[in-house]
Design a protein around this ligand. Structure first.
Ligand code: SF4
Ligand code: SF4
Ligand code: FES
Length: 284
């Protein structure tokens, strides 16, 4: 027995894979059952490749290949995130032998539920990136000239920042968060690209910013150059859809594949926004 398949008692001949499919944005989803030959040490991406290659269901009906997203194949880009056997995670690092040890009957693959479906297992994570821009999750650059060495960063700050810097914008924390609700706007007949985008942006700006963006705000507020935008970030986090929406259910921290201390970031943000509000009040 391989170390990667610790509890797989008997190797099955076939793997049943139930996929929640959707042909286009806004269309009705439906379930489809696929069957592939068992091979040891598959990951979910390789299962999807085999399903795409055979392009037919378990009862032999010819179907379009299932669509999904992936990039790095090593749990770095976050693109392949989906719900596998009820748990949100990356399909590139989801090992089939382990999944079968938990549930030998079938693999169940679904798109994340908090983002609009583009097709099948592909979702549109635009809002996730929009929310990073709401909190200016970057280090501002005022020129590209050589400005010499940056400020020295203490070991304590390095240790505090490094875990937060590992966020890959995968969306697992948003999928698990009960306060982060899906926003999906249908395009109106005759609506221009600009008008549709403006309507989406306005809706995103009113909705909960999410734990990933809160945590990135804390990362950049603790960076020697990034902190020049600290007040802008705190302003965004005290506005509509800000930190006050978090119900502290702590689901986010439990599912983060990078084990980012999201609830610590949320607590830090709570303290920072309170101090910011008091300072603003005295500056009136
Ligand atoms: S702690 Fe806040 S951000 Fe995290 S899951 Fe709960 S409500 Fe969402
Ligand atoms: S905080 Fe964790 S779960 Fe959330 S987007 Fe970043 S890596 Fe993914
Ligand atoms: S393909 Fe990049 S995280 Fe899975």
């Amino acid at each position: 027995m391989n170390a990667l398949e610790p509890n797989l008692k008997k190797r099955p001949e076939f793997i049943n894979v139930r996929v929640r499919r959707q042909d286009a944005p806004g269309k009705e989803p439906y379930w489809e059952l696929h069957k592939i030959k068992y091979e040891p040490e598959l990951n979910v991406i390789s299962v999807l490749q085999r399903i795409a290659a055979q392009a037919k269901t378990s009862d032999g009906k010819k179907v379009n290949p299932v669509a999904w997203d992936c990039g790095c194949l090593e749990e770095v880009c976050g693109a392949c995130t989906m719900v596998i056997n009820g748990r949100v995670r990356q399909s590139c690092s989801a090992l089939v032998d382990r999944l079968l040890a938990e549930n030998s009957d079938e693999l169940v693959l679904e798109p994340m539920s908090k983002f609009p479906v583009v097709r099948d297992l592909q979702v549109d994570r635009e809002r996730l990136f929009h929310n990073l821009s709401r909190v200016k999750a970057w280090v501002p650059v005022d020129s590209y000239y050589d400005m010499g060495r940056g400020e020295r960063v203490s070991r304590e700050d390095q240790e505090r920042n490094y875990p937060l810097s590992q966020c890959m914008s995968c969306g697992c924390c948003l999928e698990a968060c009960p306060q982060f609700l899906k926003v999906e706007l249908e395009r109106r007949v005759g609506e221009s690209d600009e008008a549709y985008q403006a309507r989406k942006d306005a809706e995103f700006d009113e909705s909960f910013v999410g734990p990933h963006a809160i945590s990135q705000a804390m990362l950049f507020n603790n960076h020697p150059t990034g902190k020049t935008l600290a007040d802008d970030r705190l302003e965004a986090l005290t506005g509509p859809g800000g930190i006050q929406v978090c119900g502290n259910a702590q689901n986010c921290v439990a599912v983060c594949p990078k084990e980012i201390p999201l609830t610590t970031s949320i607590a830090r943000t709570g303290r920072a926004t309170t101090l910011y509000a008091i300072r603003k009040w005295f500056e009136k």
